[in-house]
Structure formats: structure tokens, C-alpha cells
Design a protein around this ligand. Structure first.
Ligand code: DOR
Ligand code: ZN
Length: 345
């Protein structure tokens, strides 16, 4: 009999589901594993209003297989023009759990994002007073900054002044990748938390160049050197309540990844929970996996913990080489390779 692990059903606190055919193809992978997910708003037409979020939520729910009970937690895309009234409407809607700050130009579909955060001060003041979390893609877009330093520089130059001005603002630093970001969260007030992806726990930047250029390991923030991976891993397995799982699973079609100017994003939803289990087992911390994937996130967001359970078994399986989407494919993380834990349906 394989070893089994039963957990309170987890949530994914950072997920890209896209839209249309891609949405219909990927949502099932998340919905099988996670009860809820924070849905990122960076569609080609960004989700800048509660009205757009409501419609996107309906498209997601329509794509969820009938046997799954999955709740999308919607977010708004912050722009220089986002008004306090829009924030109030988002809060009143009951379907929006956060507002995402993409520095303009930082990543996929971020060109409508924030160009000057001082222009967002009225919106941030409204968020602070209403308790609406600010979710941050914490990378500077200053092209003079080395790509591997973009996260640390953003924290100093952009986030510190924002937190000084809005000390009651609830903030999630998304997908932390550096020792500096981990330390920042540890030193910050209880209003500041962070998500951690499974790919940043498993890979360091060597994975980008292993035997040649590896576009399927390219994401933003880009993978970092081993000492940073170690710092992020320690934070994840430490049991610290302000670090929690957010996959940043970010599907792109193969032709958009294997390109002269390839898109950033790694698709992990097909095995995300299983891979987090692998990480925690390697770190001799399996007993702290449930806190990281199932408790810390809802506690931070002020939402109830899930009441149902999910079971994994220690039974290796091989990830498919690709997933058909229309006339192209999606290349999943670990394509053609082994994952140690398997979901028991
Ligand atoms: O690698 C990434 N892909 N990082 C992001 O911040 C966005 C995401 C996407 O939407 O493709
Ligand atoms: Zn993301």
C-alpha cells in the first residue's frame, strides 16, 4: 500500500486561468486540486472593473466541470486611473478579494498597469480604509537594473514608500524569489504576506540553461541563484503564517514560448499540489505542508478555511509531454518526467 497524505483541501492564492479555449482546457487541473483560487486579472483586455470581473467570473464558472466545487476569487487590475469609487464597488460586490499592481511593462499583458504609483494614491487610500488587499508583482521595470535584482530594487524603491504612506494597507508580495523579499516579509507588519510558487521552490536559474536555452523554465520573476531558492524554501517550510501557496501557474501556447521573444510563464496547475508535497518531503517538513497550502492563505485573507479534504499518495507518475489546445499545445512543467506524489480521486 502506498503512503497516503490527507489534507484540508488547499487553495491557490495566485493563478492565471486565461480565457476562451485555454481557460476551458486548464481550469479542470486547478479545480481538481484547489477549492478556491485568486484569479489574476491580466487578460489581453485587463479586468479593470467590477463589471468585467463579474463577467470573467461567470465564464470561469461555466468552464468548471460539474463534479468540481471551485470558487474563483476575483481581482481587479490596478491602473493609474483606478478610482476610489471603483474600489468601493469592488469591495461591495463581495466577489473581489484583491487589486493587482502590475508595474507597466513588467510581464504578460502588463502594459496597462501602473506607470506612476503616486497616481494610484487615492485608490490605495480607499483600499487601506476598506481592508482590500493589494497584490503586487514586485519587480522594477527600470531597464538599468539587472534582471536578477528587479525584485529587491522594487521593494526598496517602490514598496517601502507605499507602506510608509499607507501603513494599514494589506499587501501580498506575489511569487517571492529572493532572500531580500523573504526578509522583507519577516520584518514587515502582520498586514504583509507573500505567495510562493512551486517552480521557484524547485528550480534555480541554472534550469534556464540546462543543456541549452529552456523557454519552458522562463517566468517572471525569473528564477534566481541557489542561495535565493534556499531562502525561499526555508520560508515556505518554516511554518511562518504569512507565507502561503500561490502557484502562478501561467499557461502559454507552445508557439508563444518557443519563440524568438518567448512569453514568461510556467504551467504547473496539472501537478501543483503534488509538487508542493515533493518539496516539503525533500525538506523533511511534510507535517507543515497543510499550513502552507490550506491554512495560511485563508487566515491572511480573513476567509474561512476549507472543510473538505484531499488525499495524495506516494506513487510516481509521468507527466504528459504536452496538452493539446486547439491547433497548438501547452507544455506542462516536468513534461515527460516523474512526479513523486499522485492525487487520489
Ligand atoms: O511568468 C509569469 N507569467 N509571470 C507573471 O507575472 C505573469 C505570468 C503570465 O500571466 O503569463
Ligand atoms: Zn502571476
Amino acid at each position: 500500500m502506498p503512503i497516503t497524505l490527507t489534507l484540508t483541501r488547499p487553495d491557490d492564492w495566485h493563478l492565471h486561468l486565461r480565457d476562451g479555449e485555454l481557460l476551458r482546457r486548464v481550469v479542470h487541473d486547478s479545480a481538481r486540486r484547489f477549492a478556491r483560487a485568486i484569479i489574476m486579472p491580466n487578460l489581453p483586455v485587463p479586468v479593470t472593473t467590477t463589471e468585467l470581473a463579474r463577467h470573467y467570473r461567470e465564464r470561469i464558472l461555466a468552464a468548471v466541470p460539474a463534479e468540481c466545487d471551485f470558487q474563483p476569487l476575483m481581482t481587479l487590475y490596478l491602473t493609474d486611473e483606478t478610482s476610489p469609487a471603483e474600489i468601493a464597488a469592488a469591495q461591495a460586490s463581495g466577489i473581489i478579494q484583491g487589486v493587482k499592481w502590475y508595474p507597466a511593462g513588467a510581464t504578460t499583458n502588463s502594459q496597462f498597469g501602473v506607470s506612476d504609483v503616486t497616481r494610484c494614491h487615492p485608490a490605495l487610500a480607499a483600499m487601506e480604509s476598506l481592508g482590500m488587499p493589494l497584490l503586487i508583482h514586485a519587480e522594477t521595470t527600470d531597464s538599468r537594473v539587472d534582471v536578477f535584482d528587479c525584485e529587491a530594487v522594487f521593494l526598496d524603491r517602490q514598496l517601502v514608500p507605499v507602506l510608509r504612506r499607507f501603513p494599514g494597507l494589506r499587501v501580498v508580495i506575489e511569487h517571492v524569489t529572493t532572500a531580500q523579499a523573504v526578509q522583507f516579509v519577516r520584518d514587515a507588519s502582520p498586514h504583509v504576506g507573500a505567495t510562493i510558487t512551486v517552480h521557484h521552490l524547485l528550480l534555480n536559474r541554472n534550469a534556464l540553461f540546462e543543456g541549452g536555452l529552456r523557454p519552458h523554465h522562463y517566468c517572471r520573476p525569473v528564477l534566481k541563484r541557489e542561495q535565493h531558492r534556499q531562502a525561499v524554501l526555508e520560508a515556505a517550510i518554516s511554518g511562518h503564517p504569512r507565507f502561503f501557496a500561490g502557484t502562478d501557474s501561467a499557461p502559454h501556447l507552445r508557439r508563444d514560448k518557443e519563440s524568438a521573444c518567448g512569453c514568461a510563464g510556467i504551467y504547473t496547475a496539472h501537478a501543483a499540489l503534488e509538487l508542493y508535497a515533493e518539496v516539503f518531503e525533500q525538506g523533511s517538513a511534510l507535517e507543515r505542508l497543510e499550513g502552507f497550502v490550506s491554512f495560511h492563505g485563508p487566515d491572511f485573507y480573513g476567509l474561512p478555511r476549507n472543510s473538505t479534504q484531499i488525499t495524495l499518495e506516494k506513487e510516481p507518475w509521468i507527466v504528459p509531454n504536452s496538452i493539446l489546445v486547439g491547433d497548438d499545445h501547452l507544455i506542462p512543467f516536468r513534461a515527460g518526467e516523474t512526479v513523486q506524489w499522485r492525487l487520489v480521486d
